[in-house]
Design a binder for this molecule. Structure first.
Ligand SMILES: NC(=O)c1ccc[n+]([C@@H]2O[C@H](COP(=O)([O-])OP(=O)(O)OC[C@H]3O[C@@H](n4cnc5c(N)ncnc54)[C@H](OP(=O)(O)O)[C@@H]3O)[C@@H](O)[C@H]2O)c1
Length: 277
C-alpha cells in the first residue's frame, strides 16, 4: 500500500524519529520518500545524521507534493502548523495526526479543503518495530485512507481501530504505557540489586521477564489472571509476593495512573478548541 508514496513528517522529535526509524528498518519506505521538519536549526543536523532523510524548517515546502503528511509536533503547536500548511495543501493529501488530545475535528476545522484526516496514537517502541498504535478516521477519511494509514503503522508494530472518543484512553494506556512499565522494570531490577544480584544481570532478568510475560499474553490469548495462576504454586513463594503487591495497591495504582493520564490527555488542547474562531 505504501509503494511509491511520499511522506512528510512535520516535527521529527522523539515520536517522529521513532516512526521514521521503524519505517526505514522495515524497508517499507526509502529515505528519499520521506522528508521532515523541525523547529530549530540545531535539530536539522541531528535528524539528517541519524535518519539520512531530507530535513528543514519550512513546513510549507515540506508538504508540497507529498501523499501523506504526518503531524508530529506537540499538541500546543498544532494550531500554528495547521494554519501554516492549510494555504498550500491540495485536497487529496492525507493528514495523519499523532498528537495527543488533538481530535480529527480540530484538524479539519483548520483546513480550507475536505482533506482526509486520520488520528493515530503510536508509542515509542515503534522505533524497534514493536509499537502499538490506535487509529481512527475523521469525517472525510475513506476506507483506502484508513488502510494506507494502517499499513504505515503496521510497519512499526500492531494496530487497532477504535472509536475517536476512546483515543484519550489509548493515549494514556499504550502511548504513555512504556513509561509506567520502565518504572516496573527499574523497580524489579532494584529488588534484584537489594538481594545481591549485579545491576546489569538484574535488569536483564526483569526486562526479559516482562517480555516473556507479554509474549505469553499475546500468543496464548489466555486471560492474564489464568497465566498468573500457572506461576502461583500453592504455599509457594509467588503467592507471598502477590500478597505484598495487593497490600501495596499495585492494581488500583496502575488503574488510577491510566485514568489520570487520560484526563490530562483530554485537557491538552481543550483551551485551543474553546478559543477557536
Ligand atoms: N513521545 C511519545 O511517546 C508519544 C507517543 C504518542 C504520540 N506522541 C505525540 O507526538 C507528538 C510529538 O511528541 P514528542 O514526544 O516526539 O515531542 P518532541 O520530541 O518535543 O518533538 C516535537 C518536534 O516538533 C518540532 N517542532 C516544534 N515546532 C515545530 C514547527 N512549528 N514546525 C516543525 N516542527 C516543529 C520540534 O523541533 P526541535 O527538535 O527543533 O525542537 C521537535 O522535533 C506530540 O503531539 C505527542 O502528543 C508522542
Amino acid at each position: 500500500m505504501l509503494e511509491g508514496k511520499s511522506i512528510a513528517v512535520l516535527g521529527v522529535g522523539k515520536l517522529g524519529e521513532a516512526l521514521i526509524s521503524g519505517l526505514l528498518k522495515d524497508k517499507a519506505l526509502k529515505p528519499e520518500q520521506i522528508q521532515g521538519t523541525v523547529a530549530r536549526d540545531g535539530s536539522i543536523e541531528r535528524v539528517s545524521q541519524r535518519l539520512k532523510i531530507k530535513v528543514g524548517r519550512d513546513n510549507k515546502a515540506c508538504v508540497a507534493g507529498k501523499d501523506i503528511i504526518i503531524l508530529a509536533v506537540k499538541p500546543q503547536n498544532m494550531d500554528k502548523v495547521l494554519r501554516e500548511i492549510s494555504e498550500v495543501l491540495q485536497p487529496e493529501q492525507m493528514l495523519v495526526s499523532v498528537a495527543a488530545s488533538v481530535t480529527t475535528a480540530f484538524v479539519e476545522q483548520r483546513l480550507t479543503a475536505d482533506n482526509p484526516v486520520v488520528r493515530a496514537m503510536p508509542n515509542t517502541p515503534s522505533v524497534i518495530n514493536v509499537g502499538m498504535t490506535g487509529l481512527c478516521g475523521g469525517k472525510h477519511a475513506k476506507q483506502d485512507h484508513l488502510s494506507t494509514c494502517e499499513a504505515i503503522f503496521k510497519c512499526v508494530g500492531q494496530t487497532v481501530f477504535v472509536e475517536e472518543h476512546l483515543m484519550d484512553a489509548v493515549t494514556a494506556l499504550s502511548a504513555s504505557g512504556p513509561a509506567y512499565l520502565y518504572v516496573v522494570i527499574e523497580s524489579l531490577a532494584e529488588a534484584g540489586v537489594k538481594l545481591g544480584i549485579p545491576r546489569e544481570t538484574s535488569t536483564l532478568l526483569a526486562a526479559q521477564t516482562m517480555l516473556g510475560a507479554s509474549t505469553m499474553v499475546l500468543d496464548s490469548k489466555s486471560h492474564p489472571a489464568m497465566l498468573k495462576d500457572t506461576v502461583t504454586t500453592p504455599a509457594g513463594c509467588t503467592i507471598d509476593g502477590l500478597m505484598e503487591l495487593e497490600e501495596g495497591k499495585l492494581r488500583v495504582t496502575l488503574i488510577k495512573a491510566v485514568v489520570k493520564a487520560a484526563e490530562r490527555a483530554r485537557e491538552l488542547v481543550h483551551s485551543q478548541n474553546q478559543n477557536y474562531k
